[in-house]
Design a protein around this ligand. Sequence first.
Ligand SMILES: *Cc1c(COP(=O)(O)O)cnc(C)c1O
Length: 337
Amino acid sequence: MPLSLYVDGTRWREHLTRTAAASPGLVPVAKGNGYGFTVAGLARRTEWLGVDTIAVGTYREVAEVEKRFSGSILVLEPWRPFLDASMSSRVIHTVGRREDLAALAAREDRPRVVLEARTSMGRHGLSSTDLAAAGKAARGVRVEGHAMHLPLGEGHRTEVERWMAAAPAQCWFVSHLTKTELDGLHERHQNVDLRPRVGTGLWLGDRGALIARATVTDSHVVRRGDRVGYQQRRINKGGHVLVVSGGTAHGIGLEAPAAAASNRQRAVSLARGGLEATGRALSPYKIAGKQRWFVEPPHMQVSLVFVPAPVTPPPIGDEIEVQVRFTTTIFDEMHIS
Ligand SMILES: *Cc1c(COP(=O)(O)O)cnc(C)c1O
């Protein structure tokens, strides 16, 4: 029985087209669990949006998009000689080391590359000296632009300007700049093509269009003192134990309910398969208007949730709302209206 994602199609598509129209040069990012929609689903949407480039996280994801999207595919993970990298002419490689640039340039087919700056993220990329030198002297490759991946938040201006001055390029692929920051950059650098790479703000930017629902697969009356579950925990109040779809395989229990006070701690303790200190954890399942407590940590594909008396539990087969984090949830089904 499924954990399902319901999408208000009209509202979602409107948000996508509005975002694309407001972000010239937009490069939609489709990676990982596809922000809940699967990478393949996002590839089809990107084709529908009519942009010329999509970004994927890894080379493994190229195969999932190339049949569904007809434009260029920027791979965000840096090219390495040991990766099984597609060398299709539709693929744009991200380069973050001098030796990788040399290896790509030694090929006959002039691969398309983006040269990445090692920003304050400190994840991958060339130093500013190397980036400037590589940008000027690159032979044997087609440089499509430079790239910077910035930490979340605001206040990127100084860093962005520093990179643009140190390693000038006709085109910059940028990540995690705010609309205001982008507008400012457009204004100050009218001859530079800015290409924002956006995932969350695009696919999940209108949360109201998305709703996750689980199915009630079973329901049992419990009395105070009964023991249930793998851990045979004692129930300390009468009510019902509901078995609902969604378990660790879906990413349930990895996410913390948005409204909980100690979000992070709860996420950490649940991710380890334990419960918080009190022995209970608030589940992401909403029943009769309230998030309910887990009886014990989620199982592989279902969770046990406690509904105290006198609340009438929903009947078996009904769907209930789940508060999920879309980037860590794998849905069984997706319904787009
Ligand atoms: C994942 C990723 C993005 C998109 O991030 P969101 O926060 O989902 O918009 C952009 N750039 C790079 C390099 C990424 O890895």
